[in-house]
Design a binder for this molecule. Structure first.
Ligand SMILES: Nc1nc2c(c(=O)[nH]1)N[C@H]1C(S)=C(S)[C@@H](COP(=O)(O)OP(=O)(O)OC[C@H]3O[C@@H](n4cnc5c(=O)[nH]c(N)nc54)[C@H](O)[C@@H]3O)O[C@H]1N2
Ligand SMILES: Nc1nc2c(c(=O)[nH]1)N[C@H]1C(S)=C(S)[C@@H](COP(=O)(O)OP(=O)(O)OC[C@H]3O[C@@H](n4cnc5c(=O)[nH]c(N)nc54)[C@H](O)[C@@H]3O)O[C@H]1N2
Ligand SMILES: [Mo]
Length: 832
C-alpha cells in the first residue's frame, strides 16, 4: 500500500518555510540523546487539556475534559475541510466496542468439533483474558501439530490503525513467524493488477512511487486529465498519517484554472469541485477508449515518433494490433466509440489535444480493480508514450496522485521505522513485505480456503493452495471487504478455528470463534511518520485516555501468547511500548544526523526523544527545492542507456517477451482490449445496471461507519446507492426510497440517491457498509445495510496478476415495498 523507502534525491537547497538551525547544535545534542539510553518516560494521561495524536486521516489535536475526549480537530493548518477529523470520541465510546474476550459458544464447548457452520449465528460467551490466551495457545499448538505451518493462515490483510509500534499486522506476522510459520499473501487489494503489470512494463511499481511534484504540475501542465480517480475523496486518508498536502494541492489546482477533464462514469466529488469537463465512459471500457485515441494518432501521424523509437520496446507489434493487423479489428474511433459510449468526435479531439498540449494523465486505481484490470494502466502508458511527454515537466502519466499525498515533494527527514518480522526484503513497500512460508495472491482467499491442493497460475509461476484449518486476523474486515460475500462465507466456514483481534464488533468479529477486545489507537502510545511519500512530519501519538473496559493492545496479546509458547524474550526483546517507540525515534535521529551532514542547510532541530515526547507536537522537516521541482522519469528521458528502466529491455515495454512466454489466454504480450465477464455491452446481460463500488466519501473502507459520520452518509438508514435520474424514473424510484439491489450472487437494501451525476445504466454503491444479514443462519440472506460485496464477483483479473475485480459486475434494482428490517450491524451480538 505504501512505499516506505522512497528514493531520496540529491539535496541542494532548503526551502525557507521553516527556520533551520545551525548544524553544530544538532551534533552536540547527539551525545545527550544516546547517553539517555532507554529509560522510563512519563506516560501519565492528561486529565484536562490538549493532546496530539495521529490517524490515517490526519494529525489531530484532542481536547480532553475530565479524562474523556470531548472533541478532535486538525492540528495543522488547512484550507480543505476533512470531515473525518471529528471522529475520535465516537471511535472510542461507540456501543459497538468489544468489551471483553469472547468465545463462540459451540467453540468453547468443544474446540475439536466447533460447528463452524454456526459462525455468525451462535451465542457468545465472555471468558477471562487468561483463559482466552490459554485457549488460543492451545489451539495454535494443536493446529501446528496436525497441519503444520501450511494449516495456519495469517495473511491478515487490512488497514488497521496508524502507528508504527502498534501495527497489528506486523505484530501478528512477527508472532507467527516465531511460532513456526504461516500462510501469507502476496500483492494487495488496492493495486492488485497494476503493481504486477507495471513491474513488467515500467520496471517499477509506479502505483506506490513518488510522482512528478505537484508544484511542477501546477506550473507546467496545460491539461490535467483525472482518469478514473476521485482525489477529493481518496486523499482524506493516508497509509501512515495524512499530512493533508494532497488536498491543499487540489485546492491550488482548482485555483489554477487549468483545463481539467474527468473521465469517469460518475461525475464524482472531485469533478464537481474542480468544475472539470465530465466525460463518462461505460464502466470497464477505458482500454477501448484509449485504443481509439491512439488509432487516431497513428493514422494522422500526430504522435511522438522519436519518443516511441528511443524509449519503448515493441511499439511496432503494438501498433500492428491497433491497426487491426493482428486480429482484423481496426481499433479506430468508431470501433472504440461503440464499446465505450464516448463520441467519435470527443475521441478525435482528445487525440489532438493530448498531443498538442502538455498533458498529465492522472489516474486512480478504480479501473484496474476490474476484470482484465492489467490492461487500462498498460494502455495508458502506451498512450503516454505516443503523446511523448513522459519525463517532461507536467507531462506523462501518474498513478498515485490520488493516494496518500503522492506528488507532495519528499522532505529530508529521519524516517521512523518499525519492528522486524524476520525476513523483510529491504527496499520493498512495507505493505508488500512478508515473512510467510507459503503464500497465495491476497484476493484469492475464498478459492484457496475451498480448494486445498489446487494449483493456479500466477505471474509466470504456479501456486498451490494448502489445507488451511486456522485463521488468525488482526486489523482487517474481510467479511465486508472481500468480494462475493456469500461465496466467501462458505469458504470462511471451512477452517476449524478463526481468531480475530478487533476493537469493534465488525462482521468479521461476529463471524469468528475467538475475539480479543483491542484498544483503539487513542488508548495507547505510538509514533508515526506523516505523508507516506512526503515524510514531512514525525507525529507523536500519545494515549489520550485509559484503555476502555477490558481492552488490550495487540502487542500485549501477542507478548502473552509468546510467553505461553516459550518465546517471550525473543518476541518482545525485553521492550515495552515506550522503549520500542524510543528506539524507532533514535534510529530516525541517527539516520537524520548522517544525512544532514551532507546538507547542513536542511537541518532542523531534532530534539532528543524525551523532549520530543514531552513537547506533544509534530516534528516538521524541510523540503529541498530540488524535490519540489522533481520530474518522474526525467533521468530516463535524459539518457535511457545510463538510466535504464528495470525492464528486460531497459525501455518501456509495449510488448513483453516475458509475458509472451507465459502464454496466458487472458493477458497478451501487449496491451489489448478484452471483454469483461459482465458489462453493459455484453449479449444476454444477466442484470440491468453496471455496479461501481467506489471508495466511500465518509469512511475509510468499513472504518468510521460506527461514528456520527454515518449521519452524513446514510439514506433512510442504509448505504446510499447512486442512480441516474432517468433510470430512477423508469424504475419508479424516488429520492430516499429504500431499494433492493440484487443479482445471482446476493441481495442488499440501500437508500436511493437520485442524481444526474452518474451515467445512465450505472449505479454506485460504495464499498465498506458493514455486512448485516437479515438471517445469519440462512445462506444468501438479504443484507439490510447495503454491503456492496454481497453483489460483486470473485474471480481474478487474469492469471498474470490475480487482482480482485470489485468494479466489474451487473445488478438489478427495484423499489423495496416490504417493511424493511432494522439495521443491526452496529449492535453487539447476544452473549449467552
Ligand atoms: N467492493 C469493493 N471491495 C473492496 C474495495 C473496492 O473498491 N470495492 N477495495 C478494496 C481495498 S483497495 C482495500 S484496501 C480493502 C480494505 O479492507 P480492510 O483493510 O479489511 O478494511 P478496513 O475497514 O480498513 O478494516 C480494518 C479493520 O481493522 C480494525 N482495526 C483498527 N485498528 C486496529 C488495531 O489497532 N488492531 C486491530 N486488531 N484491529 C484494528 C478496524 O476496526 C477495521 O475493522 O477493501 C477492498 N474491498
Ligand atoms: N475517503 C476514503 N479515501 C480512501 C479510501 C477510503 O476507503 N475512503 N481508501 C484508500 C485505499 S485503500 C485505496 S486502494 C484508494 C482507492 O483509490 P481508487 O481506486 O482510485 O478509488 P475508487 O473509488 O475505487 O475509484 C476511483 C474512481 O474510479 C472510477 N471508476 C470506476 N470504474 C471505472 C472505469 O471503468 N473507468 C473509469 N474511467 N473510471 C472508473 C470511480 O467512479 C471513482 O470515481 O483510496 C484510498 N482513499
Ligand atoms: Mo486499498
Amino acid at each position: 500500500m505504501k512505499n516506505s523507502n522512497i528514493t531520496r534525491r540529491n539535496i541542494l537547497k532548503a526551502v525557507a518555510v521553516f527556520a533551520a538551525i545551525p548544524f553544530v547544535d544538532m551534533v552536540s545534542r547527539r551525545s545527550a540523546l544516546f547517553a539517555a539510553g532507554i529509560e522510563k518516560f512519563s506516560t501519565e494521561l492528561v486529565k484536562d487539556g490538549e493532546v496530539v495524536s495521529g490517524a490515517h486521516w490526519g494529525i489531530l489535536k484532542h481536547t480532553i475534559k475530565n479524562g474523556k475526549v470531548v472533541s478532535s480537530q486538525n492540528a495543522m493548518k488547512s484550507s480543505v475541510k476533512n470531515p473525518f477529523h471529528s471522529a475520535t470520541a465516537d471511535l472510542i465510546y461507540t456501543q459497538s466496542r468489544i468489551k471483553y474476550p469472547m468465545v463462540r459458544k459451540s467453540y468453547l464447548e468443544n474446540p475439536k468439533n466447533p460447528k463452524p457452520e454456526l459462525r455468525g449465528a451462535d451465542e457468545w460467551v465472555k471468558v477471562s483474558y487468561q483463559d482466552a490466551i490459554k485457549l488460543i495457545a492451545q489451539e495454535l499448538k494443536a493446529t501446528y501439530k496436525q497441519k503444520g505451518a501450511e494449516g495456519i493462515f495469517a495473511g491478515s490483510y487490512g488497514w488497521k490503525s496508524s502507528g508504527n509500534m502498534h501495527n497489528s499486522r506486523i505484530l501478528l506476522h512477527r508472532f507467527m513467524g516465531m511460532a513456526g510459520g504461516y500462510v501469507g499473501t502476496t500483492g494487495d487489494y488496492s493495486t492488485g493488477a497494476s503493481q504486477v503489470i507495471m513491474a513488467h512494463v515500467m520496471g517499477n511499481l509506479e502505483v506506490y512511487d513518488q510522482q512528478t511534484s505537484w508544484d511542477v504540475v501546477l506550473e507546467s501542465s496545460e491539461v490535467v486529465v483525472i482518469w478514473g480517480a476521485d482525489p477529493l475523496v481518496t486523499l482524506r486518508i493516508a497509509w501512515s498519517v495524512n499530512d493533508g498536502q494532497g488536498l491543499e494541492y487540489l485546492e491550488k489546482l482548482k485555483k489554477s484554472k487549468k483545463k481539467i477533464i474527468c473521465i469517469d462514469p460518475i461525475r464524482n466529488d472531485t469533478c464537481q469541485y474542480l468544475n472539470g469537463e465530465w466525460v463518462a465512459p461505460i464502466p470497464n471500457t477505458d482500454t477501448a477508449l484509449m485504443l481509439g485515441i491512439m488509432h487516431t494518432m497513428l493514422v494522422s501521424g500526430q504522435y511522438d515518433k522519436e519518443f516511441v523509437a528511443n524509449y519503448t520496446y515493441g511499439f511496432n507489434d503494438f501498433s500492428a494490433y491497433v491497426l487491426g493487423k493482428k486480429d482484423k479489428i481496426v481499433k479506430d474511433a468508431k470501433w472504440a466509440s461503440e464499446i465505450c459510449g464516448i463520441s467519435e468526435k470527443t475521441i478525435r479531439e482528445f487525440a489532438e489535444l493530448f498531443y498538442k498540449k502538455r498533458t498529465m494523465l492522472l489516474s486512480g486505481w478504480g479501473m484496474q480493480r476490474a476484470h482484465h484490470g492489467e490492461q487500462p494502466h498498460w494502455m495508458m502508458v502506451a498512450l503516454a508514450c505516443m503523446i511523448g511527454q513522459i519525463g517532461l515537466p507536467g507531462g506523462g502519466f501518474g498513478l498515485s496522485y490520488h493516494y496518500s499525498n503522492g506528488g507532495a515533494p519528499t522532505a529530508t527527514a529521519g524516517v521512523i521505522g518499525g519492528m522486524s518480522i524476520g525476513s523483510s526484503a529491504s527496499g520493498a513497500a512495507e505493505w508488500l513485505v512478508q515473512g510467510a512460508k507459503y503464500s497465495f495472491p491476497v484476493a484469492r482467499i475464498a478459492e484457496a480456503l475451498l480448494n486445498p491442493g489446487k494449483t493456479i497460475d500466477d505471474n509466470g509461476k504456479k501456486v498451490t493452495y494448502t489445507d488451511i484449518d486456522l485463521i488468525y486476523w488482526a486489523g482487517g474486515n474481510p467479511v465486508t471487504q472481500h468480494q462475493n460475500i456469500n461465496e466467501f462465507l462458505k469458504a470462511w466456514k471451512k477452517p476449524r478455528t478463526i481468531i480475530v483481534h478487533e476493537p469493534y464488533w465488525t462482521p468479521t468479529a461476529k463471524f469468528a470463534d475467538i475475539v480479543m477486545p483491542i484498544t483503539t489507537s487513542y488508548e495507547r502510545n505510538d509514533i508515526s511518520m506523516s505523508g507516506d511519500y512526503s515524510n514531512l512530519n514525525i507525529v507523536p501519538m500519545k494515549a489520550l485516555v485509559a484503555k476502555e473496559g477490558e481492552s488490550v493492545d495487540d502487542y500485549q496479546v501477542f507478548s502473552d501468547l509468546a510467553r505461553e509458547l516459550g518465546f517471550f524474550e525473543q518476541y518482545t526483546e525485553g521492550k515495552n511500548e515506550m522503549q520500542w517507540i524510543e528506539q524507532f525515534y533514535n534510529q530516525a535521529y541517527k539516520q537524520y544526523t548522517a544525512m544532514i551532514e551532507r546538507a547542513k542547510e536542511l537541518a532542523i532541530e531534532m530534539p532528543p526523544f524525551k523532549e520530543f515526547w514531552k513537547k506533544n507536537q509534530p516534528l516538521t522537516f524541510l523540503v529541498p527545492a530540488e524535490n519540489q521541482s522533481w520530474v518522474r522519469h526525467a533521468d530516463f528521458r535524459e539518457d535511457p542507456i545510463l538510466s535504464p528502466l528495470g525492464t528486460p529491455s531497459g525501455l518501456i515495454e509495449l510488448y513483453s517477451n516475458v509475458i509472451e512466454k507465459m502464454k496466458y489466454d487472458d493477458c497478451r504480450a501487449y496491451p489489448s482490449w478484452f471483454e469483461p465477464v459482465e458489462w453493459l455491452g455484453m449479449k444476454n446481460k444477466p442484470a440491468e445496471f453496471a455496479l461501481l463500488t467506489n471508495h466511500p466519501q465518509y469512511r475509510l473502507h468499513s472504518q468510521l461507519a460506527n461514528t456520527s459520520l454515518r449521519e452524513k452518509n446514510a439514506i433512510s438508514g442504509r448505504e446510499p446507492i447512486w442512480i441516474n435520474t432517468k433510470d430512477a424514473k423508469k424504475k419508479g424510484i424516488k429520492q430516499g426510497d429504500i431499494v433492493r439491489v440484487f443479482n445471482a450472487r446476493g441481495q442488499v437494501l440501500a437508500g436511493a440517491y437520485v442524481t444526474d451525476n452518474i451515467k445512465e445504466g450505472v449505479v454506485k454503491l460504495s464499498e465498506g457498509a458493514w455486512y448485516d444479514p437479515q438471517n445469519p443462519k440462512e445462506p444468501n440472506s438479504l443484507c439490510k445495510n447495503g454491503c456492496a460485496n454481497v453483489l460483486t464477483i470473485d474471480i481474478p483479473t487474469s492469471k498474470l496478476a490475480n487482482g480482485n475485480i470489485s468494479h466489474t459486475g451487473l445488478v438489478n434494482i427495484e423499489k423495496y415495498t416490504q417493511k424493511p428490517a432494522e439495521v443491526t450491524a452496529f449492535t453487539p451480538p447476544k452473549v449467552g
